[in-house]
Design a protein around this ligand. Structure first.
Ligand code: A3P
Length: 322
């Protein structure tokens, strides 16, 4: 891993030195317990900068998620919906020539280095800005929670999330902590140890907030979005007060949005087949199977039983279930 300069590396070391450290999925190279969540060491500085220096605008739209829950898909949908008037042609849409993570950056990642330049590039983005974050709700910069900007959150059943994370993070380019077996990574996940975890507090933080502030946070599940995409895309459109609903042809527009963001369509684009994001993750790895229930091919009966119990225990009484 290359740091931009020694000063940044030292600052990063100072920040992480006193924090508890673990290996786990999403570690780069370690996970540090920072503000009650497991933050990949590479991003501790970026999270800190995001919290200290980011200024949300009322028109901002945030796509928030626990990693491997459908972030890429939701980023694509949100970008197309928000920019519907700016890019009305689906034949020459930026999504056809750029990966969703390039169009919708994560401030906590890009603010890891070159702070001044990156703050400037964020403030120069055309408005309304569409941005992503993996931060748990309590760790969001105050300007996001206090401004009128909107948040769309996506989560996924914890079984598929784990399998997707296993397949993705074991292919990541960043130097990771000592390699874990599938079983070891699963044990860590069951204890909440994965990048941005525990997964249950991540989900519950946004879930509870979406109930008290439904105008601020729209809470979605990957499975629901897969099973009735049109219905949930309409919910996003309405939540964002998009003018799409006012046009007479809103159903046709929504169908086009769904098509351009479809799994096969995006996976087959040249731009998503090669190259990487920030020299860290290969773009093609963001599009694996895009299915519900692939976990069945990976889990032993005892793993299934164990995770089912944890889900029940952690989510019980919250109204959230899988
Ligand atoms: P699988 O690994 O199960 O295939 P994230 O974007 O948060 O990293 O989540 C990645 C998961 O979303 C992967 O799941 C990936 O295949 C799936 N995915 C990516 N693009 C998608 C799309 N357009 N539609 C549905 N699923 C998509």
């Amino acid at each position: 891993m290359a740091f931009a300069n020694h000063e940044q590396a030292n600052e990063e070391n100072d920040l992480t030195l006193s924090l508890p450290k673990e290996s786990g999925l999403g570690a780069a190279p370690y996970l540090h317990l920072f503000q009650d969540f497991w933050c990949p060491s590479y991003y501790v500085q970026g999270v800190n900068n995001f919290q200290k220096h980011f200024h949300a605008k009322d028109s901002d739209v945030f796509v928030a998620s626990f990693p491997k829950s459908g972030t890429t898909w939701l980023k694509a949908l949100a970008f197309v919906i928000v920019n519907h008037q700016r890019f009305s042609s689906f034949d020459h849409h930026p999504l056809l020539s750029s990966n969703p993570h390039q169009l919708v950056p994560f401030p906590e990642f890009i603010l890891s280095h070159d702070l001044h330049d990156k703050i400037l590039s964020l403030s120069n983005m055309s408005e309304p800005r569409v941005l992503g974050t993996h931060l748990p709700f309590p760790s969001l910069p105050e300007s996001i929670t206090k401004s009128n900007c909107k948040i769309i959150y996506i989560c996924r059943n914890p079984f598929d999330t784990f399998v997707s994370a296993w397949e993705f993070f074991t292919k990541m380019k960043l130097v990771s902590s000592p390699a874990l077996t599938f079983e070891e990574a699963f044990e860590k996940y069951c204890n909440g140890i994965m990048g941005f975890g525990p997964w249950w507090s991540h989900m519950l933080g946004y879930w509870k907030e979406s109930i008290t502030r439904p105008d601020k946070i729209l809470f979605l599940k990957y499975e629901d979005l897969k099973e009735d995409t049109a219905f949930h895309v309409k919910r996003i459109v309405e939540f964002l007060d998009s003018p799409i609903t006012q046009g007479g042809d809103s159903n046709a527009v929504i169908e086009n949005i769904i098509n351009v963001c479809g799994f096969e369509k995006m996976k087959d684009l040249e731009v998503n087949k090669s190259g990487d994001i920030d020299n860290i993750a290969e773009k093609k790895n963001f599009f694996r199977k895009g299915k519900i229930g692939d976990w069945i091919n990976y889990f032993s009966p005892s793993m299934m039983e164990k995770l089912s119990k944890i889900i029940e225990e952690k989510l019980s009484g919250s109204g959230l279930s899988f």
